[in-house]
Design a protein around this ligand. Sequence first.
Ligand code: ADP
Ligand code: MG
Length: 321
Amino acid sequence: MKPGRRMDEFTLIDHFFERAPRNPQVALSVGDDAALLDISGRLAVTTDTLLAGVHFPHGARAFDVGYKALAVNLSDLAAMGARPRFFLLNLSVPAATEAWLADFSAGLFALADVHGVDLIGGDTVRGPLGVTITALGELPPGTGLTRGGAQAGDRIYVTGHLGEAALGFSHRQGRLDVPPGFREDILARLDRPVPRCREGMALLPLASAAIDISDGLAADLAHMMEASGTGAEIDLGRLPLSAAYAACFAAAGWDLALAFGDDYELCFTLPRQRVGAFEALRPAFACGVHHIGDVVATPGVRWSDKGEPYEPARRGFNHFG
Ligand code: ADP
Ligand code: MG
């Protein structure tokens, strides 16, 4: 097909979204009125929408739009400790342009292949650019990490580094100058976040509660503590900040790492008696994992910077807007 050529709905689906499923549980995939799945056990089900002009800029690379739309959904499955298996794609596009769709599906399947998830169906409509994905993951019967299981005395950890996506966003907006040597990595963290699926599955038998950091650690940790009926005490000096973040700290302060979001790292709590078992698994956390504070009985999250109380911005996105 010629680049730029417009396709009808069915050619488009055939061409870009129909692929042989890898997973033997998929009895019937794209092409019928519904998919058929042979499942036993428990499914974790989640959905998220990305809209042009809201969640990504008009003119964003189609590859990144496809990648990120799946990544944010897989991140929710990771936070439940589920093994990602299947997803549905609802796509609204202003025009079915071949080049855009080819790039979009390349990004989508690049990540799908890393995690072995099958696209099993969806819907395609003409409209403002937007992508909704529904992802399904498997859990052993009766299991699943939730936000609600933390107990006073548990340790609080986060994976990877915080605030990278915020640096990338602020840099792209021209509000903060990330040094040239870090730019590519930082922008990749914003455009193609890495869902911590393997880490989430490893935590399933160990963590007492978990959440993925989509709205910033301050907001998401508060959600987890509220759901658990507990509080938290966090020492800012323990936050995992990258060399790139350290290089920008004078301009970024703590709040880009605490209140912006889009990091898609996991924040989880660990009962003290499981710290030993967790330490044995540490090599599985190639992204790194850090103990940042502790769960306490008193509700609310208290932050301290070298022993002094600290109050993060409520919403970093607006704060820096
Ligand atoms: P119906 O009218 O029965 O809902 P559609 O014409 O919407 O069927 O879709 C035909 C088939 O293509 C269905 O199996 C549907 O799941 C699949 N499909 C449609 N759009 C997409 C998409 N963007 N990605 C994956 N599968 C899709
Ligand atoms: Mg339909």
